[in-house]
Design a protein around this ligand. Structure first.
Ligand code: NAD
Ligand code: GLY
Length: 374
């Protein structure tokens, strides 16, 4: 992929994702959540269900409900427990319970108000309730605004693997209200920056330069910096997903750092490290692997490590086993969805702003893990 491929949109707050009759807009800006006009083009329905959690619901659900009032006769609310550990069948079933208990029909529209956990679960519920009802993503974490709310991957975790059960199902619209990021804990902001940084080495070195130059502004939540980071990230993601919605090939590059990252999350137990923290550290490991495979020079590894560290993210991997740490990473990585016939597939950087998916000898991967872990 060349840096020049995804074309930046003109100044404005809408990024479009082109998927034929499943195309939709990502609205990006301040004061979107409360504005009824944000939702004006959505289809009418007799009812809507806002799904949120115990942290985000009290902050924003009433405001969303008020903005939707003239549009839907009945607006139901569901508040889930907060946390990656609740991204389960049991929690998913609570969404179906709410839909059925409220007599929701197949035109009912779901609103996912929260981070990636709420978004992934609500999207999966929308994909399956009565074989599919419409839904809207209203992401309130940086990670969800730049990644998880866009592109239609929905699902839940299984005790044996993360995001192992799910569906591709596109929302009708994504509403990224940047003002909601003001209440985000610092650690969550950093986790979101991991996914922003990801887009640089895989797709756009100019963006990587920009992130390096604006990392302090991003950490300080300067609105203009956040607006550009969200917009450019969404443009790149929309460009990739527009070509490969179901991850037959190209889309896998969006998983840069995720193979190592998923092993960290699963190995430590979901929720110990945030997804973005695991991805940040996973990108350091994937960069080292790319270097050991002879694909990039050491300078890129140093550059990426320094930026990830500046974003407040861990750059040293945790030990997942006291006896055979690398072996435990390898075992966990074999459950990754990219694995084929038990062979682990890694996203590596193989040129300027270019990523590829490939396997690597276990011995080399062991060396990387040994050199990157505590
Ligand atoms: P999250 O949903 O757990 O949210 C992080 C925390 O921030 C939670 O405690 C949440 O309640 C809180 N929060 C959310 N918005 C807030 C706000 N505005 N103010 C205060 N607190 C707020 O985590 P996440 O990082 O948003 O998402 C991670 C999840 O997304 C993982 O399950 C991951 O697998 C998934 N994901 C999916 C995709 C995809 O393409 N579908 C991509 C990347 C990640
Ligand atoms: N977050 C990776 C993807 O959406 O494909």
């Amino acid at each position: 992929m060349n840096a020049s491929d995804p074309q930046p949109t003109s100044p404005g707050a809408t990024v479009s994702i082109d998927l034929g009759d499943r195309s939709y807009d990502i609205a990006i800006g301040g004061a979107l959540l409360d504005n009824p006009l944000t939702y004006s083009e959505l289809p009418g329905a007799s009812s809507a269900l806002i799904v949120s959690n115990t942290t985000v619901g009290p902050l924003y659900a009433k405001r969303l409900q008020k903005a939707l009032q003239g549009k839907y006769a009945a607006i139901h609310m569901l508040t889930l427990l907060d946390g990656e550990v609740f991204k389960t069948w049991e929690t998913l079933n609570l969404i179906f319970d709410a839909l059925l208990n409220n007599g929701c029909d197949r035109k009912t529209i779901l609103f996912a108000l929260g981070g990636g956990v709420v978004g992934d679960m609500t999207g999966f519920a929308a994909a399956s309730y009565m074989r599919g009802v419409p839904f809207v993503q209203v992401p309130t974490t940086l990670l969800a605004q730049v990644d998880s709310s866009v592109g239609g991957k929905t699902g839940i975790n299984h005790p044996l693997g993360k995001n192992m059960v799910g569906a591709f199902y596109q929302p009708l619209k994504v509403v990224c209200d940047l003002d909601t990021l003001k209440s985000l804990p610092e650690r969550e902001l950093s986790a979101g920056l991991a996914e922003v940084i990801k887009y640089g080495p895989i797709a756009d070195l100019t963006f990587l330069d920009w992130i390096e130059a604006h990392i302090d502004a991003l950490m300080a939540r300067e609105p203009a910096a956040l607006a550009h980071a969200v917009k450019r990230s969404c443009e790149i993601k929309a460009w990739v997903v527009g070509q490969d919605e179901r991850e037959a090939g190209l889309r896998a590059i969006l998983n840069f750092g995720h193979t190592f990252g998923h092993a960290i999350e699963a190995g430590l137990g979901y929720g110990q490290w945030l997804h973005g923290e695991a991805v940040g550290c996973g990108m350091v490991m994937a960069a080292h692997l790319s270097h050991r495979l002879g694909l990039v020079d050491a300078a890129l590894v140093r550059r990426l490590t320094a930026l990830i560290q500046k974003a407040g993210l861990p750059v040293i991997g945790p030990r997942l086993s006291e006896t055979d740490n690398a072996g435990r990473y390898l075992e966990l990585m074999r459950v990754d969805k990219k694995a084929e016939g038990g062979e682990i597939r890694f996203v590596v950087i193989d040129g300027p702003a270019r990523a590829a998916v490939r396997s690597a000898p276990d011995a080399l991967v062991r060396e990387v893990i040994d050199s990157c872990c505590a």
